[in-house]
Design a protein around this ligand. Structure first.
Ligand code: DAH
Length: 344
């Protein structure tokens, strides 16, 4: 018995001294000192030992266990030390791990640029509510309740139960043109104003339509303003945004709050005028409806239309961003997916 014990101890010592990693070392510990380890099982054998040898066997067994425990613990410390010494070197050429940094959303970036361009032209920025009254969104803009042009602006009505707001009079604004009346009622002409903001319409969502979209409304009220002032402003702004070589085209159109009304087209920057799905194969992209302010709009705000006149326009901000970054699908801009947004 005694001999078997000593052999077992020597065997364990040999294994501990030649072990190479902490995982194997732990295996050795379990094999000898663990719950059903070889030494633990020998403890159970003490009672089978002849009584005259029992004491000696017990002492040797205890000493052996203590020795092994100490050897294992020393070996472990030694291994940990040598690992941390190896880690002391520092490789300056090793690539670091990349930190994800946030950045401005493409819409915010372009809006900032647009604001700067207009500031340079003497425009002030006006901010207004997204929950708007029917009056400012429609009536002040020469669009009475039964006007057919309301059909083109599928409107979200706000549930006003439990509030002081009038039910069918409170809506999500469908156009930033709503800011015209708000500003005109408060400011004395002459003025140049830029009103960027979100609008909402009940639209079937697809690649070129969203139920929520950004516009940058602009309007000027002064004396002797001509259509050519409007064209000059639009051309200047688009060249600042897209470069001197861009081509624009104007066509007549109708909006109740302008007379005449014009649509601005810019040669599609995605296909360079060749025709693609974004420009519906026309080579041109419609980006900015505009016109000369209708006298009724000025009158509604208490401005003397015989003395003052002006122009107004609305930049489709998402469209500008899409053309700028060559994004074909409008929905890309409203996705919360960082893999997409971090490309801009
Ligand atoms: N508010 C119009 C819309 O969203 C766009 C518009 C057309 C704005 C002509 C203007 C303008 O300022 O002059 O459909």
């Amino acid at each position: 018995m005694q001999e078997e014990l000593i052999n077992l101890r020597n065997e364990a010592i040999a294994q501990i001294s030649s072990v190479e990693n902490t995982i194997d070392l732990e295996e050795i510990r379990v094999a000898y000192l663990g719950r059903s380890g070889k030494f633990t099982l020998l403890v159970k054998k003490i009672k089978d030992t002849p009584s005259e040898k029992r004491k000696e066997f017990g002492i040797t067994l205890n000493e052996s266990k203590n020795t092994l425990e100490r050897l294992i613990s020393d070996k472990k410390q030694e291994m940990i030390k040598s690992i941390s010494e190896k880690r002391d070197w520092f490789d300056l050429t090793m690539p670091g791990s990349k930190l994800d940094l946030g950045h401005l959303h493409p819409l915010t970036k372009v809006l900032k640029e647009v604001k700067q361009i207009f500031n340079f032209l003497g425009y002030q920025i006006a901010d207004g509510p997204e929950i708007e009254s029917d009056y400012f969104n429609f009536e002040a803009l020469n669009i009475p309740k039964d006007h057919p042009s309301r059909d083109t602006q599928m409107t979200f009505y706000v549930d006003t139960k439990g509030t002081d707001l009038k039910p069918s009079e409170t809506i999500l604004r469908t156009q930033t043109s709503a800011m015209q009346g708000r500003v005109m009622e408060k400011m004395k002409p002459p003025f140049r104003v830029l009103a960027p903001g979100r609008n909402f319409r009940y639209e079937q969502v697809d690649a070129s339509h969203g139920f929520e979209f950004w516009q940058v409304e602009g309007f000027v009220v002064d004396k002797n303003i001509h259509l050519t002032d409007l064209f000059g402003t639009i051309n200047y702004v688009l060249r600042e945004l897209f470069g001197k070589e861009i081509k624009t085209r104007f066509a007549t159109t109708n909006f109740p709050f302008v007379e005449p009304g014009v649509d601005t087209y810019m040669q599609c920057t995605i296909c360079k005028g060749k025709g693609c799905s974004f420009c519906k194969n026309t080579g041109w992209s419609e980006i900015m409806p505009a016109g000369m302010i209708h006298p009724n709009v000025l009158k509604n705000a208490g401005i003397d239309a015989a003395k003052w006149n002006g122009f107004a326009f609305a930049i489709g901000l998402s469209r500008i961003v899409n053309l700028r970054y060559q994004i074909k699908d409008l929905r890309t801009l409203t996705t919360p997916d960082m893999r997409i947004l971090s490309q801009f």
